[in-house]
Design a protein around this ligand. Structure first.
Ligand code: ADP
Ligand code: MG
Length: 621
């Protein structure tokens, strides 16, 4: 057999390497910005068009490259950052693999201008898919400017695989923020489609965090500091009361490199134990300084995953440093006793506003009289007639009421059962006689009611969520909701990222009942809100909404509407623990059963459970 193995040509090898290094426009942004940082720049500007699909340009004022270096920089394994294997264990630069530029040039159109301070003229290089198209002297200032156009022009499958501009833009902002947070002393600017979205002057850590995350972050930060021989920890954690339901604000930087580290993440989370609401994530911006020898960065091509020699020690140092800060700044009790259950506010809260059910019993009721309104409604099933008046059941315990006696109050509860029935029996719902008795609330959380043969226990928050969701979907898509005008406009402080998301949502929010009088660079003024929304909840709600979108940017319009309706619906829905008037309970039940899908919340959670009378019969045997 003849020999069949051959060496791959460079441009093929580069394209293969590009598969690992360059996954999307944001990867290019990361590599170019890190190169600018490694070149000791004082200021770096990122220019992006159309989520990076049309243009990514990074301009720095770093040390630039000589003509030969400029040419060499696009070769694979060409780097100025390490010379020998040992250097791998003493890294002070972001890059060292020497493959970023070669990989990028293999899959895009690249133009580079660069000049070291000492030279008179600079070098301009144009490369398309690894081929040098031109290489000539040029006039340029000190530093390097690289433009990347038509990313993946020669790999259609990859280009098609890219997400919408908004999604790619979001990834780019993420990378930009990580590099900017890791290097506060360098000034960074970002321009997207000709508008400046970040302008961060040289700063300290705290100022940089506030610059990147928005001015409202400042009050949320608690400083963390710890120095040991192994590791220096500095930075900030977010106060627990500001924790959001998203992981968006969690940053570890090791030796000025953003990393992901589930184990260390756990250390920080565990320091917050007991301080966070359900489902909320702590935010943190933690800078770790360790001996470069004790860390292996080379386990992943994008270098966001690293290995430490002393993971266990780091874990406890980090955990105790964060705990200490939370305690010192009065955010948490310093002493960590086991929580005493009797101190749990849940036990106290509900007692205070407990209401004793009141009831007017119609003692003159004559069961043998000809049909009353009540009877005609419940005559289908004699058994229910007995158990329907829920409250009579209760009052009966101390008021000597015959269970066969119907309360006059119950006669008043005329539910619009025709309407309810029609919708409940849609689709999969089996045909039962859904005429329900009165309602009552259990623990300000469940609404309990019964049909002729079943008892229903309805989660009030989930039920309302379903109702609002379906209403909002209609509002957003075809008929705008009613809005209440505010006497004094509300101003909401937003960061750059949130403003971007807000712009995309604005018209849907307007359909949902919001109106906005002014949109600034880092704020919006709200002068109208949905009819049923309490003013006091607006900022919490919009905050949550924006972070929901930040976490999961929807690709299609349909998805956006759905996510918006879910997010608004969930925030606007009545909370568990809220006492509801009788009429409110009835209305909610009516509305629920007029919904298209009364069984499940938009998040597919069960809204109510049923128990049939025959199940009870068994229990009483
Ligand atoms: P690495 O960063 O891993 O060394 P790259 O492919 O990113 O590999 O870059 C190759 C080389 O090009 C770098 O080692 C550096 O010498 C040079 N270089 C790249 N970008 C810049 C820049 N913005 N300024 C100065 N030199 C640069
Ligand atoms: Mg590099």
């Amino acid at each position: 057999m003849s020999d069949i193995i051959q060496l791959l040509p460079d441009h093929v090898a580069n394209q293969i390497a590009a598969g690992e290094v360059v996954q999307r426009p944001a990867s290019v942004v990361k590599e170019l910005m890190e190169n600018a940082v490694d070149a000791e720049s004082n200021s770096v500007t990122l220019v992006v068009k159309d989520g990076g699909k049309t243009l990514i340009q990074v301009v720095d004022d770093g040390f630039g490259m000589s003509e030969t270096d400029a040419r060499l920089s696009f070769e694979r394994h060409a780097t100025s950052k390490i010379k020998q294997a040992e250097d791998l264990f003493n890294l002070h630069t972001k890059g060292f693999r020497g493959e970023a530029l070669a990989s990028i040039a293999a899959v895009a159109h690249v133009e580079m201008k660069t000049k070291p301070e000492a030279e008179e003229v600079g070098t301009q290089l144009v490369i398309e898919g690894s081929k040098i198209v031109s290489h000539e002297p040029c006039v340029t200032s000190k530093g390097t400017s690289i433009s990347i156009k038509n990313l993946f022009f020669n790999i259609p499958a990859r280009r098609n695989f890219l997400k919408s501009k908004q999604v790619e833009q979001k990834h780019i902002i993420d990378e930009f923020q990580r590099v900017a947070l890791a290097h506060p002393s360098i000034a960074f600017k970002m321009i997207h489609n000709d508008s400046e979205i970040f302008n961060l002057p040289s700063a300290n850590f705290r100022q940089r965090i506030v610059g990147v995350m928005g001015s409202k972050t400042n009050e949320k930060l608690v400083p963390v500091k710890e120095e040991t021989d192994l590791i220096k920890v500095s930075g900030f954690v977010g106060k627990p009361e500001f924790a959001k339901k998203t992981r968006g604000e969690q940053f570890f930087f090791v030796n000025h490199r953003f990393i992901k580290h589930p184990y260390l993440h756990h250390a920080v989370s565990s320091a917050f134990e007991g301080l966070l609401k359900d489902g909320a994530y702590p935010s943190y911006f933690l800078y770790l300084d360790v001996d470069p020898k004790s860390i292996d960065i080379n386990i992943h091509p994008t270098k966001t995953e690293v290995k430490f020699d002393n993971e266990h020690a780091f874990y406890s140092i980090l955990r105790s440093a964060v705990k200490h800060s939370l305690g010192q700044f009065n955010v948490a009790p310093v002493l960590d006793f086991e929580k005493d259950a009797s101190m749990d506010p849940n036990y106290i809260q509900h007692k205070s506003n407990a209401k004793i059910p009141s009831l007017n019993v119609n003692r003159n009721f004559n069961p043998f009289e000809s049909e009353t309104k009540f009877q005609s409604k419940y005559k289908h099933n004699h058994q229910t007639q007995k158990s329907a008046p829920w409250e009579a059941l209760y009052t009966g315990l101390n008021q000597d009421v015959d269970f066969d006696t119907k309360s006059s109050e119950l006669v008043d509860i005329e539910v619009e059962s025709e309407h309810v029935r029609g919708d409940l029996f849609h689709g999969n719902h089996q045909k039962t006689n859904f005429e329900y008795s009165g309602t009552f609330q259990l623990q300000n959380k469940y609404i309990i009611t019964s049909t002729t043969s079943e008892m229903l226990v309805i989660d009030q928050h989930r039920a309302h969520f379903r109702v609002l969701y379906e209403e909002l979907l209609k509002n957003i898509t075809d008929r705008p909701a009613l809005s209440q005008q505010l006497l004094f406009p509300l101003q909401l402080q937003l960061n750059t990222n949130e403003i971007q998301i807000f712009e995309q949502l604005k018209s849907s929010l307007e359909n949902a009942g919001f109106s906005f009088s002014e949109i600034g660079k880092d704020f919006v003024k709200i002068n109208g809100i949905p009819n049923k929304l309490p003013e006091s909840e607006v900022s919490i709600l919009l905050d949550q909404l924006l972070s929901d979108f930040d976490n999961e940017i929807p690709d299609s319009g349909f998805h956006q509407t759905d996510l918006l309706a879910k997010s608004l619906g969930q925030s606007m829905a009545v909370k568990n623990g809220t006492p509801l008037e009788k009429e409110e309970q009835t209305e909610l039940v009516n509305q629920l059963f007029s919904c298209k899908e009364p069984m499940l919340t938009p998040m597919n959670k069960l809204i109510f459970v049923k128990q049939s009378a025959s199940d009870f019969d068994k229990k009483f045997m």
